[in-house]
Design a protein. Structure first.
Length: 501
């Protein structure tokens, strides 16, 4: 299906939205690891997921079958035994070995961040390094040629496997593993060769840096949000990529011309009178993702509630009564819910165990139709997911790998007035929303001075960005902005007006 990519590169965050047929299909919001303005201005980069690090084992815990590894961050990373065995060797006997037999304190090893540090927990690490390219993923510590699960046609799978075997059999090639992405389906042999050669050169460079470094730290950092978006989502179905920041636009075009020249012409500047995410009501669609209820086309809905242990999704038929009977009504609502659940999990960034309570059905054929629809919906997700069959009570279990913080954790926090029973937007979320409003007002009132009113903690956050950052803001806006704290404003409230001074 054809789609558009919208990239809103703001002062404090970058947001990437993929829109298909007017609906939000994918969403990435990337901020700095620490939202504290002073640390943010000291050069802290966004997500570390995908970064390859040189680590040193601090502690080995046989009782937990895990180890803590110093990778040069504030807190040591967590390395589970299964993530050591998966990347350490092809020897099946390692599956039964205690972690103390494979690791010892003080040992150096190359690891990859698979989950960012969150709260007081360090990064989740793996020895099974993967290096993604546009057409394939290099897996240096394995030997197999595998294919994306989204490539389902058996003829395509056989053809791609044979083609990749031919690529890897060229003289001088190391016997490394690869995963072929869906973008490889129509790629010529020359492009596959170029992609794997570039990734192998990258792996060799990482190994060289690892031998030269004498302390834990970063060996390789994955692409930023904009470049990852171009690499992972832009293909022949992409109509255009709209970017609202000149700096991000230039960087995106430079990356595309170097890596995917056919797509460079699709990358264009957005200069509309309204904010970019007003297109297709993307901003409004993001707001709905913070609500527990998601509507379905026929009038039903699903309710999504996350606890410490799992996420529960309840399916409700609501006002829909057009079916010829209870079973028919249940099937229609369940089919719509199954198609929507994969989208909601993807957009909300929900991971862990998910239990779906479908409306009761008795016909085995209808049950299978719903399960097939749910499986198809989950297959659109790049994050690994698994699902069970349907129990006699209409329950389906799903597991989705946790990679990053869920959207509600990123955009909201516990509400202190209600003692944690509700959520409120974080200071960074409100400040970034105010900055987007300032951009809108600056375009509507060129050359005029503006004043922004907000709660004291929001104003303090913005002022903490520092004079250099605020100078860049003024240059981008072409306008002076004065911030004024208002004690009567709640956290969520702010206003932007023409400065009458």
């Amino acid at each position: 299906m054809q789609h558009e990519v919208l990239i809103n590169a703001g002062i404090g965050e970058t947001r990437v939205a993929v829109v298909k047929d007017g609906r939000l299909h994918d969403l990435v919001i990337e901020r700095r690891l620490d939202e504290t303005p002073i640390q943010a201005c000291n050069g802290m980069e966004p997500s570390l997921v995908g970064s390859v690090m040189l680590g040193r084992v601090q502690r080995v815990l046989p009782s937990m079958q895990a180890a803590f590894v110093d990778v040069g961050l504030e807190r040591a990373g967590f390395l589970a035994a299964r993530d050591v065995r998966q990347g350490a060797s092809e020897d099946p006997d390692l599956a039964t070995l205690c972690i103390s037999k494979t690791l010892h304190e003080g040992a150096s090893l190359v690891v990859q961040v698979v989950k960012d540090p969150i709260g007081d927990k360090g990064a989740r690490l793996s020895c099974n390094v993967t290096l993604p390219g546009r057409l394939l993923v290099l897996v240096p510590k394995q030997r197999e040629i595998t294919l994306s699960r989204r490539i389902v046609d058996e003829d395509d799978r056989a053809r791609l496997t044979a083609t990749m075997a031919q690529v890897m059999a060229r003289p001088g090639m190391e016997p490394l593993g690869v995963i072929m992405r869906t973008a490889a389906l129509k790629a010529p042999l020359e492009e596959l060769c170029a992609d794997v050669d570039a990734l192998m050169d990258l792996w060799k460079a990482i190994q060289v840096r690892g031998r030269m470094m004498n302390k834990p730290g970063i060996l390789h950092r994955d692409l930023d949000a904009v470049q990852r978006c171009l690499r992972d989502t832009v293909d022949e179905e992409t109509v255009r990529v709209l970017i609202d920041c000149p700096l991000a636009l230039g960087a995106a075009r430079a990356y595309a011309e170097r890596v995917m020249p056919d797509a460079a012409a699709k990358i264009v500047a957005f200069r509309g009178p309204h904010p970019l995410f007003d297109l297709h009501n993307v901003e409004a669609q993001i707001e709905t993702l913070l609500q527990p209820r998601a509507g379905l086309p026929s009038g039903g809905w699903i309710t999504i509630e996350t606890t410490e242990a799992l996420t529960a999704i309840d399916v409700n038929s609501g006002s829909y009564t057009a079916g010829s009977g209870l079973e028919a009504t249940s099937v229609v609502t369940n089919m719509e819910a199954a198609a929507e659940i994969g989208r909601q999990l993807r957009l909300r960034g929900i991971g862990g165990v998910i239990v779906v309570d479908f409306i009761h059905m008795t016909d085995p054929g209808n049950i299978q139709k719903v399960l097939d629809t749910l499986n198809q919906s989950l297959c659109e997700d790049r994050v690994p997911t698994q699902m069970s069959g349907m129990s006699q009570f209409g329950l389906v279990e799903i597991t989705r790998k946790r990679v990053r913080e869920p959207l509600d954790k990123l955009l909201t926090e516990d509400c202190s007035p209600c003692r944690g029973s509700g959520r409120m937007r974080t200071v960074a979320t409100v400040a970034n929303a105010a900055l987007r409003r300032i951009v809108r007002e600056a375009r509507a009132n060129p050359g005029r001075k503006l004043v922004a009113y907000a709660a004291p903690d929001v104003v303090a956050w913005v002022q903490g960005l520092g004079e250099e950052t605020m100078r860049i803001v003024r240059l981008r806006l072409g306008a002076e902005v004065r911030w004024e704290a208002r004690c009567e404003f709640s956290r969520d409230s702010f206003d932007v007006a023409v400065d009458a001074r």
